[in-house]
Design a protein around this ligand. Structure first.
Ligand code: NA7
Length: 556
């Protein structure tokens, strides 16, 4: 390539969440002379921890196992104040990482990418942001995030509502709950992990007027059991980081928790309940992931555990009719992402918190005054909150206009002229190792489709390490182009689908199975994430690397 066509950047990283921060840290360390830039739509680092500022927003993975493992000095310096940090603390932590390593000089904020064009002649990508600014790069690392593209419900009349209305991940910065929510009638649509945290927090606010919860699907949820961490406890914890990260490396989802190898029916009823009680009373995801090994593959086992959890809800909710509405009927415990809560069910014991069960009375429309249900009732509201989730996994990719190899688009929905040439038609991803995609040369993804999600930071660190090694390989060999082969993509995608065939989770609609009825093309389930274990996943990646990045073609 002639000097005058050298791209401005060696690597562009898109997104400054945990993925972008981790990628920048490692790429800069490995290639100190490379021109690397992070482009970020927000005004600061943090990704999901930057955007999600709704009340009660909190991590439900233990913070000690969620932080970066690469900076031993910072691990000794940082003081977590709670086992499961609230959003501001996690955001401060990410900020501290970037400040300590002076990363912000290599980041550009307020920059949302609008389109991307592959240039086959000189093996570069050209990106354009919303302002029309151009960025030309040899390689790019997608750190777009898999829960970063919020979706609003398709309900007639939303634009007519005259009060304040907003999505939880676009919580207005100027809102002061005790001032702006005092005495007000609040409505919230959505009871996923976000809705459950928001409802729990708002219900505890003494200034709350009333809260109407519009629930379309009841969600299983169980206690987080957060605790504060004292200075002494933190001192002890600091000595345990290595063991924590080693443990996470041995569990299927990268968490501290893993299934009990026994099967539900192999143990006595007493031993079964004893185990479940222990999990229920312990902090964190153990009650989702630490259960008997057949809980998510054997329907009878799942029914038994679901019945145990349903009783817990009945014990916590005073009105038996409300309790029944809060108990999921269409899916078993743990077959969707289990939100962990603090006082969620007790919220419905308060006189000013009302459950509107949309299974019984669906929403017919939003009016200027509130929400009307099909029994003719108008639920008058001052503020309407949409906790309606995200165009998950592929959504952030879909928001960019891609002109990949041969001008191909990436995501196109059925009915469009370009459908036939789409790389991921109807949001159905095809990837190699969840790190690369066909016809998308020189792109590597962190937390891309077909990666194991689990404990996000553990997956991010693994992907960043693989990416650095692969970029070093290209550099050493003088390669300016890579792309996964059709054979490798087909083999991996088939394996991902095979892993997604078994398991009760794959039989249920949720963002994890690629369904979001508010998004065109996302009405049917697909396998958008790797449901095999992270351990198995890492073996596939190691094998690819050991065999000289078998599965990729390279060009000089
Ligand atoms: P989720 O888990 O996708 O939840 C979205 C919620 O919004 C869910 O209860 C939906 O009901 C509800 N929803 C969506 N559209 C509508 C309409 N039109 N009417 C009524 N209710 C609706 O998103 P979250 O933000 O809570 O969590 C996403 C992840 O972020 C979470 O799992 C964590 O990993 C972090 P539905 O179930 O579709 O009937």
């Amino acid at each position: 390539i002639p000097q005058d066509t050298q791209p401005a950047y060696d690597v562009l990283i898109i997104g400054a969440g945990l993925s972008g921060v981790c990628s920048l840290y490692h790429i800069r360390k490995r290639f100190p002379t490379w021109r690397v830039k992070v482009l970020e739509a927000g005004t600061d680092v943090g990704g999901v921890w930057y955007w999600n500022r709704y009340p009660g927003c909190q991590i439900d993975t233990e913070s000690l196992s969620y932080c970066f493992s690469f900076d031993k000095e910072l691990l000794q310096e940082w003081e977590w104040t709670e086992s499961f940090a609230k959003q501001p603390e996690t955001q401060r932590y990410i900020k501290r990482v970037t400040e300590k390593h002076e990363m912000e000089k290599d980041m550009k904020f307020n920059t949302r990418i609008k389109s991307a064009h592959w240039n086959d002649r000189d093996h570069t990508w050209t990106f354009f942001d919303e302002e029309g600014e151009e960025y030309v790069t040899r390689f790019f690392v997608s750190c777009l995030g898999f829960l970063s593209s919020p979706t609003l419900p398709k309900i007639p009349g939303i634009a007519d509502f005259r009060g304040k209305a907003f999505h939880t991940s676009r919580w207005p910065g100027d809102i002061d709950i005790s001032r702006d929510f005092a005495g007000k009638k609040i409505g919230i649509i959505g009871t996923g992990a976000t809705g459950i945290q928001t409802i729990s927090a708002l219900s505890k606010d003494p200034s709350l007027g009333s809260l109407s919860v519009f629930q379309r699907t009841a969600n299983w949820s169980a206690p987080l059991r957060n605790t504060t961490i004292s200075a002494e406890e933190m001192m002890i914890a600091k000595g345990g980081y290595d063991a924590i990260f080693q443990r996470c490396a041995t569990t299927p989802a990268g968490f501290l928790h893993e299934a009990d190898p026994r099967k539900s029916l192999e143990v006595t009823p007493e031993a079964r309940v004893e185990h479940w009680e222990k999990l229920y009373n312990s902090p964190g995801f153990g009650k989702w992931l630490g259960v008997f090994s057949d809980t998510y593959t054997d329907r009878e086992a799942n029914d038994m555990y679901s019945a145990f959890m349903a009783d817990k809800i009945r014990q916590r909710v005073r009105d038996p009719l409300v309790a029944e509405s809060l108990i999921p009927k269409n899916h078993g415990f743990g077959t969707r992402r289990v939100p962990l809560e603090t006082g969620y069910f007790e919220a419905f014991n308060k006189d000013n918190v009302h459950l509107v069960d949309l299974q019984k009375t669906p929403i017919s429309r939003v009016t200027n005054l509130g929400i009307e249900t099909d029994d003719g009732q108008l639920h008058e509201l001052d503020i309407l909150i949409f906790a309606t989730g995200f165009d998950a996994i592929t959504g952030a990719f879909g928001a960019i206009d891609w002109h990949a190899k041969d001008g191909r688009p990436l995501i196109v929905s059925r009915g469009s002229e370009r459908y036939e040439s789409a790389i991921w038609p109807d949001h159905r991803p095809k990837t190699f190792l969840g790190l690369s995609a066909p016809a998308m040369p020189n792109m590597l993804m962190v937390l891309g489709p077909h990666q194991p999600f689990g404990n996000g930071t553990r997956s991010i660190e693994h992907a960043s390490a693989f990416i650095c090694d692969m970029l070093a390989y290209c550099h050493d060999k003088g390669y300016t182009y890579f792309e996964p082969t059709t054979g490798a993509v087909d083999l991996w995608t088939e394996h991902v689908f095979d892993c997604g065939k078994t398991g009760l989770m794959n039989e249920i609609d949720s963002w994890m199975t690629g369904v979001n009825k508010n998004v065109e093309g996302k009405t049917e389930r697909t396998v958008a994430r790797y449901a095999g274990s992270a351990i198995n996943y890492r073996k596939w990646c190691a094998d690819c690397k050991e065999k000289g990045y078998e599965g990729f073609v390279f060009l000089e």
